[in-house]
Design a protein around this ligand. Structure first.
Ligand SMILES: N[C@@H](CCC(=O)N[C@@H](CS)C(=O)NCC(=O)O)C(=O)O
Length: 203
């Protein structure tokens, strides 16, 4: 059985949601990323040398890291073309566009806000950076589509949902972006998201 290494509410929640969306049997193990220890006492750096979550242990014991790679692998290997359209199509490229934006721009913009040693000037500029990245997501949703690439929930929505949900915790109110606010609620109401959040102790 696959096993997901996670930290409650971290970007690993996206992989956790997708495991439930696909109905795949899986175990989970919580990681203390500061202490680099897993819940069962393993040295986490022996599982993922980068020391960050997520990491997914596959059925054969192989470890896969990097959220966007895990998300696409899960959907592709399950043959779920709603969650991840066929590689080589423009629909898949749109999913990758949002995944890459979420990882390299939006998620990256939050990082100084989670560092205990960031001073207020750094945090203020990080909040502005988060806000300007939110604008692009708000724009995607402005034509009334329910999800970021259209009418289907995809793996990119799982990741963007998790990252956008961090905003209120770091002093960036989501009310400024009504479409994102509705999107976050819409995803949170999906049974798979609720199951994953419940397991992580978030709801
Ligand atoms: N490039 C990695 C980044 C993963 C990452 O930033 N993980 C964060 C949580 S969202 C983490 O484990 N940070 C270490 C910590 O929180 O101590 C990916 O996309 O999977």
């Amino acid at each position: 059985m696959m096993k997901l290494y996670y930290k409650p509410g971290a970007c690993s929640l996206a992989s956790h949601i997708v495991l439930h969306e696909l109905g795949l049997p899986h175990g989970v193990e919580k990681v203390d990323t500061a202490a680099k220890r897993t819940e069962s006492g393993q040295d986490y750096t022996s599982i993922n040398a980068k020391g960050v979550v997520p990491a997914l242990e596959l059925d054969g014991g192989e470890i896969l890291t990097e959220g966007p790679a895990i998300l696409q692998y899960l959907a592709d290997s399950a043959g779920n073309e709603a969650l991840a359209p066929k590689p080589g199509t423009i629909e898949r490229a749109r999913v990758q566009e949002v995944l890459n934006f979420t990882g390299t721009s939006l998620h990256a913009a939050f990082k100084p806000l989670f560092k205990p040693d960031s001073d207020e000037t750094v945090k203020a500029s990080a909040r502005e950076n988060v806000a300007s990245n939110m604008e692009w997501l708000e724009g995607l949703l402005s034509d009334g589509r329910p999800f970021l690439t259209g009418s289907n929930f995809t793996v990119a929505d799982a990741y963007a949902f998790v990252v956008a949900s961090w905003a209120p915790r770091v002093g960036v109110a989501l009310e400024r972006w009504p479409n994102i606010q509705l999107f976050v609620q819409r995803v949170a109401e999906r049974p798979a998201a609720a199951k994953a959040m419940k397991t992580e102790g978030l709801i």
